[in-house]
Design a protein around this ligand. Structure first.
Ligand SMILES: [Zn+2]
Length: 338
């Protein structure tokens, strides 16, 4: 679809801008400098090794991607392109997701947020898709299992788009519970139907909740409370990872989750993590392309993680209607009810 939009725009002579760019992280950094979150501490990331990437990607795929280092190329019809710094950035994105998990497992912090790009959840074992080269959250989960003593890892994906790559990687794995709430097909990438529940030993450890366009806080929180929480209590994870995209915010035009909604979802995950795994909760950035909702969304989650008071999500306009109803209440009351 993006390609059709590009063609359309080129015929209109409007420059098309690749939506996944370094300005996304600068916007987040700027907001966090402008409005610091009390209790937040920064650590530096690092590049993932080939061995770490090789736990979830095939060796031939990695060779193909590393051959593109320093080049410009199109990889996929779904607008996955690389420029001269992309491979280095993707290595650091995956390595930083690992570093965030290490910070939590080694006890330097109860929770962490890997602020990385390019995103990862569309990347499959042998295929780049949807801006994603390496599946950052999957690399982090596999590392936690292989090196850090975590047997069961739960991955929660609330990005607006289904995490097809993450699902693919762990589809037959009973030790990774993948919960994904997303806008339903035919929205990109088209996967994530209710019936996709895993296969073989992994049957039952993939949970998809497809949502209609415009779904918002009430629906998301109901899904968290009534599906995610019981699933997590059954699975008893040793670590919870979150593929956190901020494109469910209305500014990205697909869904209707508010900042208070993101904070409330974070609060639920924090409770679940404290109940099962000493609060060990690691966020990894996925999508979110409107710079205001992206940066504000990240800050809201960080504030919730750092123990800030959560504002209850409300239905927009409800308080105003109640006030207006009270204001007008007497206007249409007849003096003589008989
Ligand atoms: Zn997305």
């Amino acid at each position: 679809m993006e390609r059709r939009i590009r063609q359309l725009l080129s015929s209109l002579n409007v420059p098309w801008k690749y939506p996944e760019h370094a300005g996304r992280l600068s916007a987040i950094r700027q907001l966090l400098e402008l409005e610091p979150v009390p209790g937040l501490r920064f650590e530096i990331g690092k590049a993932a090794t080939r061995e770490q990437l090789g736990r979830v990607h095939t060796s031939s795929y990695l060779s193909h991607i590393f051959d593109l280092r320093g080049k410009n190329a199109w990889l996929d019809v779904d607008t996955t392109a690389v420029s001269t710094g992309s491979i280095d950035a993707a290595e650091v994105a995956a390595g930083t997701a690992i570093a965030a998990v290490e910070a939590v497992i080694q006890g330097r912090s109860e929770s962490a947020f890997a602020l990385v790009r390019p995103p990862g959840h569309h990347a499959e074992p042998a295929r780049a898709r949807g801006f994603c080269l390496f599946n950052n959250v999957a690399v982090a989960a596999a590392h936690a299992q292989a090196e850090l003593g975590c047997r069961r890892v739960m991955i929660v994906d609330w990005d607006a788009h289904h995490g097809n790559g993450t699902q693919d990687i762990f589809y037959a794995d009973p030790d990774v519970l993948f919960f994904d709430i997303h806008r339903a097909s035919p929205f990109y990438p088209g996967t994530g139907q209710l019936e996709e529940i895993g296969v073989g030993l992994g049957e039952g450890t993939t949970v998809n909740v497809p949502m209609p366009a415009g779904a918002g806080d009430q629906a998301y929180l109901k899904a968290f409370n009534e599906i995610l929480v019981p699933a997590a209590d059954w699975f008893q994870p040793d670590l919870i990872l979150v593929s956190a995209g901020f494109d469910p915010h209305p500014f990205d035009l697909a869904l209707n989750v508010s900042f208070e909604g993101f904070a409330a979802m974070t609060g639920i995950l924090q409770e679940v993590a404290r109940r099962h795994c000493k609060g060990q909760l690691v966020f990894v950035l996925e999508g979110g392309y409107h710079l205001i909702s992206l940066s504000r969304g990240v800050r809201t989650v960080l504030e919730a993680l750092a123990g800030g008071t959560l504002q209850e999500p409300s239905i927009t306009g409800l308080a105003e209607v109640e006030a207006a109803a009270a204001f007008h209440r007497q206007a249409f009351v007849s003096d003589d009810p008989d």
